[in-house]
Design a protein around this ligand. Sequence first.
Ligand SMILES: *Cc1c(COP(=O)(O)O)cnc(C)c1O
Length: 712
Amino acid sequence: MKKSGNYSGIDCFRMIAALLIVAIHTSPLLSFNETADFILTRIIGRVAVPFFFMTSGFFLISRYSCNNEKLKTFIKKTAVIYGIAIVIYIPINIYKGYFSMDNLLLNIIKDIIFDGTFYHLWYLPASIIGAALAWYMVRRLGYSKALIISALLYIVGLFGDSYFGIAEQIEVLKQFYSLIFQVSDYTRNGIFFAPIFFVLGGMIADTNVKRSLSINGMAFAGTFALMVVEAMTLHTFNVQRHDSMYIFLPVCMFFLFHLLLYWKERRFALIRMAALIVYIIHPMMIVIVHFLAKFLGDIIVENSLINYLIVCLLSVLFSIVATIFINKFTTSRNSIKKKWCFETERAWIELNLDNLAYNVNALQKVMAEKSTLMAVVKTQAYGHGAFQIATFLNQMGVKAFAVATIDEGIQLRRYGICGEILILGYTNPNRAKELKKYDLMQTLIDFKYAKALNRQKIAVKAHIKIDTGMNRLGVSFDNINEVKMIFSMKYIKVCGIYTHLCCADTLLPEDVEFSENQIDNFYYLIDKLKERGIQIPKVHIQSSYGLLNYPQLVCDYVRVGIALYGVLSKPDENTRVKIDLRPVLSLKARVVLIRSVSKQDTVSYGRRFQAKRDSLIAIVSIGYGDGFPRDLSCQKGGVLIRGQYAPIVGRICMDQLAVDITEIEDVSVGNVATLIGFDTMDIAAPDIAQHFNSISNELLCRMGARLPIIIK
Ligand SMILES: *Cc1c(COP(=O)(O)O)cnc(C)c1O
């Protein structure tokens, strides 16, 4: 998910890779030493295209995605570039007699899909096919399976490429490959070659492995050396039909890509386009140089190194001019497109995911050893953004989630969340099919409900909710027969049984007594079930406060919501275990206007603020429409600007609010106002919540409305 960043290494290597490809097509060392040329162009040069595939995979492929348009956009863009490139090369195709071949139409189709209509253009259709295959494999099957399948495809490719000499000896294989070669000139294409690199690119982006630079460097050097040995051996024994695919290539690419990720200083965005242009245009330059040789002397084609350098020079010059031109032409549109610019323009939520990771670890330390953390991510993960929170937790290794509704559950699956998802609330039984399809576990809210769900005749996983005194959802704890009957329902697979404590948040003696009674009731039922020979499924009782006040309970899951987000419901609350939680969310907005008002002037709806002195008022672009409570109007709440507190004056509007900044120096339009979070001082969610008689749970989950979420 953390794919935005300054990947200087990747950006710069794009140009190196493009120039390596020029080398493949010009053989710069051929005038001097054939072996040296083989090593440069057929071994070193072979990292270039896989690098491009991996880079595309790195930015495109993910186990997690909240945007299925991404693949479409990539395919469209690549197809447009391919279309342009095809057109550019038509004159040369004509000159070379391309259009006079036999079976022209079939050959054109074959070339467009696999081989490229000009020799180097195969890369573009291979990108499209490879990206699509990798995308679907990763999303549907996860990385391990996608990697296995793409590796198998790669192996098939190997024996049609560098290892063809071996395959040729075996009759079945020989026939198999001759079939393939009728459709595609090489196995180095979108099906056999590209997918593994796209998958690897996505895998590297999704997993934050931290290997040391030197280990990575050595691993790269080692695997690269092995690839050289491999290629030289194959070359010596004349096994190769083509020389793009080696066993060690994907391995060595894996480490090379990691190495490039170490250099992260600034973006060289323009190199990206320039390298692509070099890639597309260099064969044209090769032709042009041959043409120029007539005037400038044969030296520029006869000496391979000079030829290479001139082709590079012309290609790079052309790409620079073209990049500048294209950039001028498109910047006005692009700058509007740059969403990250928009996102912090008005009002936004800022997430600190390091704090989230910290909270998870801190909570896990308090939990019983055998307990699993079930992350409660209902209501957009308490306003933090279900996608951002759930994918981050899933990547961290959290494998159990709870949501309130079936649609929240389905959304998590669409994002790519794997593991268990429990729906805590009611789902219409006639949606049983979806429960099964998305592998969601449904809470059985009472006996009648369980029967209705069972009547759907669709096998669904479920947890039985037991009411032990809250009197909300659940089968009563003393209704042992009903619970027992649920266990015998044909289409209900009971995976869990749980209850919810209704006053676990206080340590008042009567509340503690009530909670302990609830816990006893729950275990009374469990014991009775055991007595009747029922295999007890996973049990769970605690939510955040359940954990903090009753940490001694040993359950299979702990359903943690609010504590995960680093706050408690109310300020300065006393709990049995105290852990230092760190808030994950900050709420920020911009000052969009500053105005002076005179003594006696009033501000905002209803004229509820009247200036007692000449004042400076800042208008901040956030309102109750964004979830910020209107109850905090008229000095009940405030914001931090330049590290100082500015009280909210007058009524909060739907989209704006006004603050008094008379006493803060140097405030200007564009300054950030912190509504929740830290800016020299702290405005904590529980405090604000208390100001309007609520709890931070409510305050936070209101934020899901229209605020963009950015990750710090
Ligand atoms: C929301 C919810 C939770 C999480 O509660 P927190 O107090 O936020 O930890 C746990 N269990 C059930 C049944 C819930 O509805």
